[in-house]
Design a protein around this ligand. Structure first.
Ligand code: SAM
Length: 215
């Protein structure tokens, strides 16, 4: 009950301060964020802050998850690709919104993070999410085209394979930049042409891979 109260307060604040949509608020009210963070950070799970999840990576701050879900304009039944699955929290929120008729594929670079996310999502009953280990900068051709793609790590530029795997009429969100990063809204118009809009400054860990940074 204590967790539910904290979660309700977090969502109320996101609604007041960011005016997040009802469907995103409803999804975030359902997902137990405290289970997606290591036990030593559990008491901070409903603060609006990123937290370490191991392997030098972080779970994004709740406001960023909410903003990205709203910008993606997710609808039930959509086929969604996440690059940077991390703890699996963001994927769970998206899975709640796209529902049983939709699906979420999340690619994570670190096998230990992917394994933990996979187990937790299974325990919570999310059978519309698949977590895969690999280099998400190349996308995941097998389940393309995607209605929506979102990247939760910053890239040096927009990876070409991701643009190719987005369906015409689809939308991608991706942070681009190194020291200074901006979140881009990338729309593929029905004729296949691309429209890019800069949303604002953000802070993400790097996308490391063939079409990402080469650390
Ligand atoms: N969405 C995650 C969550 O809900 O916990 C948080 C993601 S964290 C900010 C970014 C993640 O991107 C890290 O877990 C990192 O390992 C992963 N990452 C970085 N480069 C990647 C790549 N090329 N392919 C897949 N995942 C990558």
């Amino acid at each position: 009950m204590e967790w539910e109260d904290k979660r309700r307060r977090m969502v109320e604040r996101l609604k007041e301060e960011l005016n997040i949509s009802e469907r995103v608020a409803r999804a975030m009210l359902k997902i137990p964020r405290h289970l997606f963070v290591p036990s030593r950070y559990r008491s901070e799970a409903y603060a609006d802050t990123p937290l370490p999840i191991g392997s030098g990576q972080t779970i994004s701050a709740p406001h960023m998850v909410a903003i990205m879900c709203d910008l993606l304009d997710l609808k039930p039944g959509e086929n969604v690709l996440e690059i940077g699955g991390g703890s699996g929290y963001h994927a769970a929120v998206v899975a709640e919104i796209v529902g049983k008729s939709g699906k979420v594929t999340a690619i994570e670079r670190y096998p230990e993070l992917a394994e933990r996310a996979k187990e937790l999502l299974k325990e919570l009953g999310y059978d519309n999410v698949e977590i895969l280990v690999g280099d998400g900068s190349k996308g995941y051709e097998k389940k393309a085209p995607y209605d929506k793609i979102y990247v939760t790590a910053t890239a040096p530029e927009i990876p070409k394979p991701l643009l190719e795997q987005l369906r015409p009429g689809g939308r991608m969100l991706i942070p681009v930049g190194d020291y200074v990063q901006y979140l881009y809204i990338v729309d593929k118009r029905p004729d296949g042409s691309i429209e890019k809009k800069r949303w604002g400054a953000v802070r993400f860990v790097p996308l490391v891979g063939e079409y990402g940074f080469k650390y």
